[in-house]
Design a protein around this ligand. Sequence first.
Ligand SMILES: Nc1ncnc2c1ncn2[C@@H]1O[C@H](COP(=O)(O)OP(=O)(O)O)[C@@H](O)[C@H]1O
Ligand SMILES: [Mg+2]
Length: 358
Amino acid sequence: MTVSHNPVVPSRFAVVGNPDNRRVTLFADAVREAGLPEPRVVAWLDVLRGNAEFHAGELVRVDSPGEDAEVARLLHGSDEPVDMYRVEGTRRWYQGFTTALEKLEHAIDIAGAARLFTAQEVATAFDKQATHALLTEAGVPVPPAAATDGTESAFIKIRHGSSASGVVALTVRGPRRRAVTSAELVRTEAGIELYNSLRVRTYLRDADIDDLLGVLAGDGLHAEQWVRKLSIAGRSCDLRVVTVGGRATHAVVRTSTSPMTNLHLGGQRGDLARFRALVGEERWHRILDIVESAAVCFPGVHCLGIDVLPGADGLDRIGEINAYGDLLPNLMGLPGTPGEAVGTYHAQVRSLTGRFAP
Ligand SMILES: Nc1ncnc2c1ncn2[C@@H]1O[C@H](COP(=O)(O)OP(=O)(O)O)[C@@H](O)[C@H]1O
Ligand SMILES: [Mg+2]
């Protein structure tokens, strides 16, 4: 059975995830609070070891396989433990992850269970180049593509990155370049290594920038024009909007003094009311329309976290699509949507059980 956005009351939810992952526990809380049976948690580790089973009548949600060392090792197809701080290796991880997703989808389908995802669409969401192409094709505004070779100002990203890993904001002025990035470049006897860092660094030397881009290129690159984002009180901002069943239900503004607004890099939640007042209601609703038009490109994924880049030029573009973008604790949703007065997980349960009437 394929995904349906129509309300279905499953006999039981099953959640594939790492059992102590916060997304898994928060979703389970929402299910329980709706008076539904306790969801069955299926560990990613069991999925990867071929020990997972699904049952007819279950509705299966799949969560991030991140943050578990053994799961990461298996997804990377590595004999050695993988260093979770290393930037390199996302291409191999992606191959392992997408293969595992396809097998998972098959296992769910032959069991006669239903699911809240399609493997192929989640795979697209984890491929920044494929997402950019899909959205462009659908006429959804995205930053124009740019060269990946470091010869023009651009945002250069590893194709399969997340959490700002391997993201480089590159400025090119004549012969001079400046790379702002979350990656720390370390030269060892073995060669050049890149580490995810909580401190955003600026590299100015050509040798450093060439080495940085050279190592990142091994995992595949996506480059697009650097959008000058709107700023509030001197801090550039973007939006994370969550869609549930295709509706934009939750929105948060993220602001930062650096070009990357990710919260672990010092980004902060901004004031949404202030943002809305700044852009005006017409533009605000246009933003929600753009987000929902992006969600249409992923009809088989019930919940998405969609990043919006609000331009200082008055235009808004989609930055990226996150298949696991709903971890926004304590954020209440937009009035008139399934997120009204509840968090992202309650909104998903509401939408699935048809227990929301605007
Ligand atoms: N083309 C761009 N122009 C300006 N800022 C960008 C652009 N692309 C991404 N960003 C910013 O960089 C950060 C990370 O980018 P994103 O594409 O969301 O990658 P990730 O998957 O690592 O979160 C976000 O804060 C976003 O606002
Ligand atoms: Mg992002």
